[in-house]
Write a protein that binds this ligand. Structure first.
Ligand code: SF4
Length: 348
């Protein structure tokens, strides 16, 4: 009997889904790697979490769970396995460790960073809090543990509006994604300002604002433009365009739907449009297209996240074999970050 535990079985499964996206010789190599990873995973009592932005052959072969960073963090929190391998970027693996500190959490590549997470430091947050005393800090989950530790609550792209609305205060600090903050401000009818690190920069005293943002951006989503949308609509007038809220407010406004990666997937699953275009990381488009061959997915995709791209089957195999690269977080930082993440999980 051929099953996914054999190279031939895995190859057949991947080939059935991905033969139009991944060359055949690559599928054969990847099937072999995936079978070996799954064997060691069972041997070491490990669980593999795969983010929606993982490349298709990895996405459909080794994760026990796939999803966005929030869904995977919940899975990490509930896991009773000895090792959690997070096929995603470092801040995601850190969130798993924050929620389940007794487990060994591994990220397959040390190079898997994030432009958003790198845009702000814990010191920056302390300075913002000093500049705007008493104003609560809402921090996007795409940040490192020490930044989360300085925050009142975390949020994801899926619950950011709800989290901001949960505060009964005149003002809210929302960091670090300039565009997500802009989209939340638009949706909640708040006026937003963006402080800089320049100590000489001051806002006029009579300025009316309710949100304080930060100039961090996702290097993938900032690349989509309104012109891209206009051009696609000219060619495909009946296309439904879905934009991730890390895209600029102008792009989100010109789109038909905006939501987290999971919300976008659900939208495609539940609707019936002649064409779809997802303005997000391109592997996700490939993964959705593979799962729904009956849907017509357009690609605008030269935009692969260089950080997510670091996570390969080869590196995952090495990470499992050598139990590298383990996430370590100072316990005081972890405990404070846990409070911010836990508060968000209570909201939803
Ligand atoms: S897609 Fe953007 S937010 Fe996600 S890891 Fe890459 S740079 Fe960071």
């Amino acid at each position: 009997m051929i099953t996914e535990t054999t190279t031939q079985g895995m190859y057949e499964k991947l080939s059935a889904m991905l033969s139009t996206t991944v060359p055949d010789f690559e599928l054969r190599i990847k099937a072999e790697l995936a079978v070996e990873i799954n064997r060691i995973k069972a041997e070491k009592n490990a669980v593999i979490l795969g983010h929606n932005y993982m490349e298709p052959a990895l996405f459909y072969s080794i994760p026990d769970y796939v999803g966005d960073s929030l869904e995977l963090s919940r899975k990490a929190a509930q896991s009773n396995k000895d090792i959690i391998v997070f096929c995603g970027v470092k801040f995601m693996a850190e969130t798993a460790k924050i929620l389940n500190p007794t487990k060994k959490v591994l990220v397959p590549s040390e190079k898997a960073g994030c432009s958003l997470a790198a845009s702000i430091t814990a010191g920056d947050v302390r300075e913002l809090k000093a500049k705007f005393p008493g104003v609560p800090v809402v921090t996007y989950i795409n940040t490192y543990a020490d930044v989360k530790a300085e925050s009142d609550i975390c949020c994801t792209s899926g619950n950011a509006v709800e989290v901001v609305k949960s505060f009964n205060t005149d003002k809210v600090i929302f960091i670090p994604d300039e565009y997500l903050a802009g989209n939340v401000a638009r949706e909640t009818g708040k006026h937003i300002i963006y402080p800089t690190r320049d100590p000489k920069h001051h806002f006029p005293n009579d300025l009316d604002y309710q949100m304080i943002g930060w100039p961090g951006r996702c290097e993938v989503h900032e690349k989509f433009t309104v012109e891209d949308i206009t051009n696609v609509r000219k060619q495909f007038p009946d296309v439904v365009i879905l934009a991730h809220p890390e895209c600029s407010p102008e792009v989100v406004e010109a789109s038909d739907f905006s939501g987290s990666t999971t919300a976008m997937i659900k939208f495609v699953e539940k609707s019936n449009a002649p064409h779809y275009l997802m303005l997000t990381e391109c592997s996700m488009g490939d993964n959705v297209a593979a799962a729904h061959p009956e849907k017509e997915m357009l690609r605008l995709c030269s935009i692969r996240c260089p950080h997510m791209n670091q996570i390969t089957l080869e590196d995952t195999l090495e990470a499992l074999k050598k139990e590298q690269f383990e996430i370590h977080i100072d316990e005081d930082i972890r405990r404070r970050a846990y409070i911010a993440v836990e508060r968000m999980l209570h909201i939803g």
